[in-house]
Design a binder for this molecule. Sequence first.
Ligand SMILES: Cc1cc2nc3c(=O)[nH]c(=O)nc-3n(C[C@H](O)[C@H](O)[C@H](O)COP(=O)(O)OP(=O)(O)OC[C@H]3O[C@@H](n4cnc5c(N)ncnc54)[C@H](O)[C@@H]3O)c2cc1C
Length: 578
Amino acid sequence: MRFASSFFDRASQALNRSPAFSKLIVVFAVSSGGIVAYADAKSDHVAESSQVSGKKKLVVLGTGWAGMSFLKNVDASLYDVQVVSPRNYFAFTPLLPSVTCGTVEPRSIVEPIRNIVKKNGGVKFWEAECFNVDPVKKKVHCRSNIGTNRDGNGEFTVDYDYLVIALGAKPNTFNTPGVVEHCHFLKEVEDAQKIRRSVMNCFEKACLPNLSEEERRKNLHFVIVGGGPTGVEFAAELHDFVTKDLAKLYPTLKDLVRISVVEAGEHILTMFDKRITKFAEEKFQRDGIEVKTNFRVVKVTDKAITMTNAATGEINVPYGMAVWSTGIGTRPVILDFMKQVGQANRRVLATDEWLRVCNCDGIYALGDCATISQRKVMEDISEIFRVADVDRSGTLTLKEIKDVLDDICERYPQVELYLKSKQMKNFVDLLRDSEGNPLKESKELDIEEFKKALVHVDSQVKMLPATAQVAAQQGNYLAQCFNKMKICEEYPEGPLRIRGSGRHRFRPFRYKHLGQFAPLGGEQTAAQLPGDWISIGHSTQWLWYSIYASKQVSWRTRLLVIGDWTRRFIFGRDSSCI
Ligand SMILES: Cc1cc2nc3c(=O)[nH]c(=O)nc-3n(C[C@H](O)[C@H](O)[C@H](O)COP(=O)(O)OP(=O)(O)OC[C@H]3O[C@@H](n4cnc5c(N)ncnc54)[C@H](O)[C@@H]3O)c2cc1C
């Protein structure tokens, strides 16, 4: 601790003395918004009992992006906060592909959750897995995965008044036979470590004497199933590892290596702008990474991957190592909970715009395990009309509409998106009288005309992507709601209640897209930034470095990651198979 304090004292003195150094730090800090200043070295002693404090029990499940962001921002002095997660750390998932090839070391991208919350004194952490949520008794059932407790089975329950579910998701195999047994996933730090070992094992195996060339080629065929951002980034990392580092160590094998990306759709990176997709496909072609689009994997055995395509039919492709990266599925504990709360027919847990699980009291869900079920304007159209029609005349004047405009736009974000898509400046531009002319001040609209004006706005209802950006913003939003729970009960800040009276306590969650990156190898990255601004190339790679460094949750990991990148620039990646 003394070392940490003195180190940072020295660092801050250096910052004051050296403007150049401070500029460097600023580059890494810009655009972060999420920098965590180093935590105070003094740790607060935790008061154990909530019965004594009389505080409401707030239980958080999960220490990923959503859980970590919530815990960092919630005021733990207001609640008895308890966290349950089988991982006692937070992992910076966007750098997992870099861990697979040793560009970054695993310990550089993880931060103990206790370190993250120690400033927020009073948070209790239980390293365990939640296997059942009981919304009736308001309990979560947990099982410790580190030995046993007094009962001998490691199980315990935690009571809650408020429950925040941030359990993330599991890889989706689409029930394809053989995937679980023979493919790697890339979801957790352990997965990345296994992949790193497996890549090296494939090379060492291909080196062994008495192997035919065909066997060597098979061992060195790396197949990535799924052409999304994770699959593409891993393929690019692997290609860099092979060409820049392993080619020097295994000169006789370098020409036998084959990297294939198998994608069921027509293109890779379909969530990105077409220009990025095209650039990525052309770059992979130049680099010799085979992109097999329109191929669907139907079976995996220890020897081959079976895939089908309309033109070729079914083919068997021998492989040395396969990574399955085709998206995410729902965790069993969430599926079980969904059955209990009447959501069995849904694919993912639904919440309202305030992240409250539908039909549940005091339960919130965020991040990859949940989706916001955005209320449709047309479902509420009669109620919207009723709320706006203050004088109960059965028609709406322009003034009546203008008076509720802000509330409607806040409650139904699709309205603003629709106006943007039609290049309209104002909601009023949507409104037409019975002859189809722009509505004049003197004219009034009846319910049918009002419906007609808004009939298409729901086409802009969008599901949020399953990304760290969404999860972190949701965690922060919900923490702020909990922090101002009391004050907003008295002074609600949300929009008018359309079904009911008064105002909502809080503003609904709004996602702010800050852009996304696709690293493509060879020190080149593509970025799609807000406003559909596209940037591709070496300079974007430097933007990627600075943003990912700045987004680290602690100075410790930030310095470790920068150190790893520097080490890689100087010495290359380490190919030891440990
Ligand atoms: C390789 C990779 C690269 C990615 N790159 C990016 C990127 O560049 N940009 C981006 O925005 N997103 C990226 N993502 C997506 C991003 O990581 C996820 O969207 C994000 O992690 C979701 O956050 P979450 O908190 O919902 O879930 P997670 O971060 O997965 O956290 C879930 C937490 O729940 C815990 N948990 C699981 N089961 C239980 C249980 N039964 N009981 C208690 N706790 C449990 C887990 O241990 C974990 O702590 C990437 C993902 C991967 C896998």
